[in-house]
Ligand binder design. Structure first.
Ligand code: NAD
Ligand code: UFG
Length: 331
């Protein structure tokens, strides 16, 4: 298949491009490089021996998308492109709604014009808001998002579902990711946020490296086994493999929703201890106040993806920690 990967030079997109190329798909990437670097294209080539076609373009740029669809006969789109910083989205709601929602509307309109009706969308566990219980199943209610970033995911899920209702030629897969961490074993691609990281794992690896003095753990008074927040950390390689399973089994028509997680919740302290065990490096930390908007526990029931796609996450928490650390050291 020839697959257009929006946001393909980003963290999850680049790992997915590698696996698509490895299984023989043709890959066309469109990315405006707002949160990634063009050197990722060469890294993908170095890993796979194949160079994906790359367009530095914005998904808001209708003409650019039109040219891409005109030049390449695209069979399906995996749509990663989007802004993803939760805190920034609170400060810049217009920018987030415009980029994520208007960008996706533009993409969908151009897809329709060119007769391409298959799309896999990067959604997030954030659409479940504060879940009534864990593990979270796909049929749990969505809503109650606490920031504009999460709300863009919620609205886009709705928009994509409405599109199918209007025209049964669409095949839509909504993938709700839990917490991806780790990197490709080559250490050529990984999560490399600019500035001070917001997410836990890149913060931990920078403390391990000595770039940051200590980790702040946001609260130890949650109703969890050790009081710190519990999340479903998933190796980015497993997450990428989930996309491959989806693409290979994509129906001709319909809307499907899958959780991509491991089904196991680990606390912030569990992760810190696993990191220390697997790398031998001590992580100094301090317990601080809760971070506004955080929830106590968020972990998946991934049974539907296993049942319908034959996919399940394989990597252990220790493997994820080692992989994240190897990438940090190499970069
Ligand atoms: P990322 O920032 O590394 O990758 C996103 C890519 O999209 C970047 O390369 C960026 O330059 C590009 N991009 C952004 N806006 C664009 C635009 N208008 N036109 C073209 N390119 C644009 O993020 P990621 O972690 O790889 O996330 C990929 C997707 O998965 C995002 O939609 C994100 O919201 C979603 N997601 C991520 C996580 C996570 O924890 N990483 C969790 C749940 C969902
Ligand atoms: N945490 C700390 N210290 C830090 C960073 C995080 O204690 O420096 C804690 C948080 O309080 C939380 C846990 O680590 O309990 C995980 O936090 P992250 O910021 O790494 O991840 P979140 O679960 O908050 O959110 C992530 C993505 C969202 C996505 C969500 C989906 O950032 O975009 O996963 O599950 F929607």
């Amino acid at each position: 298949m020839r697959i257009l990967v929006t946001g393909g030079t980003g963290y999850i997109g680049s790992h997915t491009c590698v696996q698509l190329l490895e299984q023989g798909d043709e890959v066309v990437i469109v990315d405006n490089l707002s949160n990634s670097k063009e050197s990722v294209v060469s890294a993908i080539e170095k890993i796979t021996g194949k160079r994906p076609v790359f367009y530095r373009a914005d998904i808001l740029d209708r003409e650019a998308l039109d040219t891409i669809f005109y030049t390449h006969k695209i069979d399906a789109v995996i749509h990663f492109a989007g802004l993803k910083a939760v805190g920034e989205s609170v400060a810049k709601p217009l920018e987030y709604y415009h980029n994520n929602i208007t960008g996706t509307l533009t993409l969908l309109d151009v897809m329709r014009e060119h007769g391409c009706f298959k799309i896999v969308f990067s959604s997030s566990a954030t659409v479940y808001g504060t879940p009534a219980s864990v593990p979270i199943r796909e049929d749990f209610p969505t809503g109650g998002t606490t920031n504009p970033y999460g709300t863009t995911k919620l609205y886009l899920e709705r928009i994509l579902s409405d599109l199918y209702v209007s025209d049964k030629r669409w095949s839509v897969v909504l993938l709700r990711y839990f917490n991806p961490i780790g990197a490709h074993e080559s250490c050529l691609i990984g999560d490399n946020p600019n500035g001070i990281p917001n997410n836990l794992m890149p913060y931990v690896t920078r403390v391990a490296k000595g770039t940051l003095p200590k980790l702040c753990i946001y609260g130890n008074d949650y109703p969890t086994h050790d009081g710190t927040g519990v999340r479903d950390f998933i190796h980015v390689e497993d997450l990428a493999a989930g996309h491959i399973a989806v693409v290979n089994k994509m129906a001709d028509s319909g809307v499907k929703v899958y959780n991509l997680g491991t089904g196991v919740g680990y606390s912030v302290l569990d992760l810190v201890q696993a990191f220390e065990r697997s790398t031998g490096i001590k992580i100094p930390y301090e317990i601080t106040d809760r971070r506004p908007g955080d929830i106590a526990e968020c972990w998946s029931d991934p049974a539907k993806a296993e049942r319908e796609l034959g996919w399940r996450a394989k990597h252990t928490l220790e493997e994820m920690c080692r992989s994240a650390w190897n990438f940090e050291k190499a970069n």
